[in-house]
Write a protein that binds this ligand. Structure first.
Ligand SMILES: C[S@@+](CC[C@H](N)C(=O)[O-])C[C@H]1O[C@@H](n2cnc3c(N)ncnc32)[C@H](O)[C@@H]1O
Length: 209
């Protein structure tokens, strides 16, 4: 992560306070409904851990990764306060051998990233896909939600966040090149509304071939 971006996220998550159970994203609720049985969920760009805690509370074994130590420390404090078992790892997505830091796989793995892909660069997206490939075996799943090029206009509640507006076709092509197939793809408004910010997002479910 570049120094400026990294310092930004540290500052952003240092502002959080309190140990209340966070509300999960709409996407996490959707993905949880798609899973059959317990998974090892590896979340990238977990932020304050709100979706990681949610998956853990539904019986999944969760590893949550973020480049910001303020974010992972906050997530750990909240998880501990609520008795949820989540393994938090502080690491940039392009750190060498990141996949080796994640605990051994159970039967089935889900790689999960919500509002992470548009927060990283194209080169970091390649590192994400390589890491996802290392963590999965055929039949395993990936679930991602990200802002698309159609979201480049419109109100943003967090206007200062680094973002690149993504082309779903380009992301899906890259994912296919890394050994995944797209099993579900949808785009639109209304999937990730946050106050005045109704992001035009893409949701993709993918399976490792
Ligand atoms: C927009 S937030 C999304 C947080 C959470 N997934 C959510 O939906 O609330 C993006 C997250 O990605 C993390 N991040 C950004 N660039 C990163 C990188 N290169 N490596 C690891 N984490 C990164 C940030 O620290 C931040 O927590």
């Amino acid at each position: 992560m570049s120094e400026t971006k990294s310092a930004y996220w540290e500052r952003y998550y240092a502002k959080g306070s309190g140990l209340a159970r966070p509300v999960p994203s709409q996407f996490a609720a959707f993905v949880a409904g798609e899973l059959q049985g317990p998974y090892r969920v590896v979340e990238f760009g977990c932020g304050n851990g709100r979706d990681a805690l949610f998956f853990a509370s539904h019986g999944h074994e969760v590893t949550a990764i973020d480049g910001s130590s303020a974010a992972t420390e906050r997530g750990k404090a909240v998880a501990d306060a609520h008795g949820e078992k989540v393994e938090f790892i502080t690491s940039a997505i392009d750190a060498a051998e990141l996949a080796d830091l994640v605990s051994e796989a159970g039967d089935k793995t889900l790689v999960y990233a919500r509002f992470f892909l548009h927060a990283i660069t194209g080169a970091e997206e390649q590192a994400f896909l390589e890491c996802a490939g290392e963590l999965t075996k055929p039949g395993d799943l990936m679930a991602v939600e990200y802002r698309t090029i159609r979201d480049s206009s419109g109100v943003k509640e967090t206007a200062e966040h680094y973002r690149r507006f993504m082309s779903p076709a380009e992301f899906q092509y890259s994912a296919i090149q890394h050994g995944f197939r797209v099993t579900y793809a949808v785009e639109g408004y209304g999937f990730a509304k946050y106050r005045q910010d109704d992001a035009y997002v893409a949701r993709n479910l993918l399976e490792r071939v």
